[in-house]
Design a protein around this ligand. Structure first.
Ligand SMILES: [Ca+2]
Ligand SMILES: [Ca+2]
Length: 152
């Protein structure tokens, strides 16, 4: 099954139209995104995205944020998704991981977040209960996640 998936993926990679996204990824605006159906910790989600030639999504503009939020609201297959920022390196200093840079400029934290609840929240999620605005959450919760890839 996994071998078949890999074969299909390789085929999609080599025969893909330049304007389309890799198999499994959805085109929104200028990006390609994979909205996972499986649940993983932050570290597992990060590895999954990298394995498929992508990275956990970094959301750097209102336009990109609106596209992703409206997609998950419409498609509603999960309540919580990891995206690609943490403050694991230094508490309270949020960084997008790919490429590594501080979360500055556009932000969309839910009111009261990030709150580093119990001193244990270091990974960014978007949650249905927060209208998919940003929250800091535990990194080891099994949650869905969003990978992002440049167009191929
Ligand atoms: Ca934190
Ligand atoms: Ca929080």
């Amino acid at each position: 099954m996994f071998a078949t998936l890999l074969f299909v993926l390789m085929f999609a990679l080599t025969s893909g139209n330049a304007r389309r996204c890799q198999l499994g990824f959805t085109n929104l605006g200028r990006g390609c995104y994979l909205f996972s159906h499986n649940h993983a910790t932050y570290a597992e989600a990060n590895s999954f995205c990298l394995f498929f030639g992508s990275h956990l999504a970094d959301i750097t503009s209102k336009n990109e944020d609106d596209l992703i939020r409206s997609y998950v609201l419409r498609n509603g297959k999960g309540s919580q998704f990891y995206i690609g920022a943490t403050d694991l390196r230094a508490e309270g200093i949020w960084t997008w991981e790919h490429p590594l840079r501080k979360v500055v400029g556009y932000t969309n934290w839910y009111p009261g977040e990030p709150n580093n609840h119990e001193g244990k929240e270091h990974c960014m999620v978007i949650h249905y209960g927060h209208r998919f605005k940003w929250n800091d959450a535990y990194c080891y919760t099994k949650a869905r996640f969003i990978c992002e890839q440049s167009r191929i």
